[in-house]
Design a protein around this ligand. Structure first.
Ligand code: SF4
Length: 415
């Protein structure tokens, strides 16, 4: 009898939720099962999950295969039709212990994802094989960007109450996690559904003040146009909040942003980065950018290329546009696939050049690094740091940067 295996695709929320499911499965003694926690952000992500399921079944024909996550939530029938699959669970159902009990016989348990109104935090003690712990403080999304399928996988925005979030962070810290990443689908909308409509800045301040032993707090992706003044103050002034912000930028062209139904203009993103960097000079920015959104002309694309310099972006996540079924963008005039590919390559090349230059500029510096594997970790600005000697994962060390490679820096321990 072998332990239940968890194969997680996609975002930090899925990683966190796989840990919750691991607890549920262990409590009921589930054995000889493989759980696929899927992602639906692109057609490719769904295809990879189906491929992995077939492969797993070939390798372990007797294992019970359970499929959950956003691809299971948005297209349950697609997985229910697969002979390899034993059970399909929705994104809410996967977190409910009763669905893991032996004898839970109905094969498909996927409810209407827009119905949940509350976000109950399922406490975990830690993340398996990870030093950085993700805490889901918000789920779902009230926006309807024209290219995005996420709200249909995760429902409307729901926030975790402050006391539960503080308790979760406290528990992870007392179990040895030196860094916590506050995660959500649209974390800057945290609090909109809570009494008194608190803002994300209030949650971050409360966690930092009520968990003094927390060494490093990091935010997952944010929507700059939704940041509140208290959050700006904490990001600018609190050393335990890491100087690294990842923006959900999506495009550098205002007409495309309008057609995406985004809430910001390019000028807002540039002003946000400049203000934060003027208040905290070591702040670095990452961003998601879509290449080849429908109707994007060469000139519009140049605006996306230019914003990389105007915001001085260091970490670039480039997404070649992939039409998701049922989304408005899928019905818009599409850009030629070869053009999408070429634009994605140009964005990636520019991003890689920016990262390499940033890493080179840190040679000679002394930095604090959280060790994540035997000889590698991340500094406060999220750069990857590699050592020649073996170090213990979970420790925060002071390192002297001795060299730079295109995607990481080399270091030795400071004397
Ligand atoms: S903000 Fe837009 S892109 Fe982000 S999850 Fe919501 S709908 Fe999707």
């Amino acid at each position: 009898m072998s332990e239940t295996e968890f194969i997680t695709f996609g975002c930090r929320l899925n990683t966190y939720e796989s840990e919750v499911m691991r607890d549920h499965a262990a409590k009921v003694g589930l054995k000889d099962a493989i759980v696929f926690n899927t992602c639906a952000v692109t057609a490719e992500a769904t295809r990879q999950a189906r491929q992995a399921i077939r492969r797993a079944h070939r390798e372990k024909p007797n294992a019970k295969i359970i499929v959950t996550g956003c691809a299971a939530q948005t297209t349950p029938e697609m997985f229910a039709e697969m002979p390899e699959v034993s059970m399909v669970l929705g994104n809410e159902e996967k977190l409910q212990p009763q669905n893991w009990l032996p004898g839970a016989n109905d094969r498909v348990r996927v409810n209407e994802i827009m119905s949940p109104r509350k976000n109950h935090l399922h406490m975990i003690d830690g993340l398996t094989e990870r030093t950085r712990a993700f805490v889901q403080v918000q789920n779902g999304c009230d926006h309807r960007c024209t290219f995005c399928i996420i709200p249909f996988g995760r429902g409307n925005s729901r926030s975790v109450e402050i006391p539960a979030a503080v308790e979760q962070v406290r528990r992870l810290v007392s179990n040895g996690h030196a860094e916590v990443v506050l995660s959500g689908v649209d974390i800057t909308s945290w609090g909109a559904d809570l009494a008194g409509v608190p803002k994300l800045g209030a949650l971050v301040s409360r966690i930092l003040s009520q968990v003094p032993d927390l060494k490093r707090l990091r935010l997952s992706s944010i929507d700059s146009i939704e940041t509140d003044p208290e959050l700006m103050d904490v990001m600018a002034g609190e050393q335990r909040l890491m100087p690294h912000v990842h923006l959900s930028l999506q495009s550098g062209d205002n007409m495309i942003l309008k057609r995406m139904k985004r809430r910001h203009a390019r000028e807002d993103s540039i002003a946000f980065c400049r203000e934060l960097r003027s208040r905290r000079p070591d702040m670095v920015f990452g961003a998601d950018i879509i290449a080849g959104f429908p109707t994007e002309t060469d000139e519009m694309f140049e605006n996306s290329l230019r914003i990389i310099d105007e915001c001085e972006l260091t970490y670039l996540h480039v997404f070649p546009f992939s039409p998701r079924p049922e989304t408005p963008a899928a019905r818009m005039p599409q850009v030629d696939k070869a053009v999408i590919k070429e634009r994605a390559q140009r964005l990636r090349a520019k991003g890689e050049a920016g990262l390499a230059a940033f890493l080179r500029s840190s040679v000679g510096a002394t930095q604090r690094v959280l060790i994540e594997t035997e000889n590698a970790g991340r500094n406060e600005q999220f750069a990857q740091v590699r050592f020649t000697q073996s170090l213990s994962p979970g420790a925060i060390v002071t390192a002297h940067i001795t060299g730079a490679q295109p995607t990481y820096v080399e270091a030795r321990l400071s004397a």
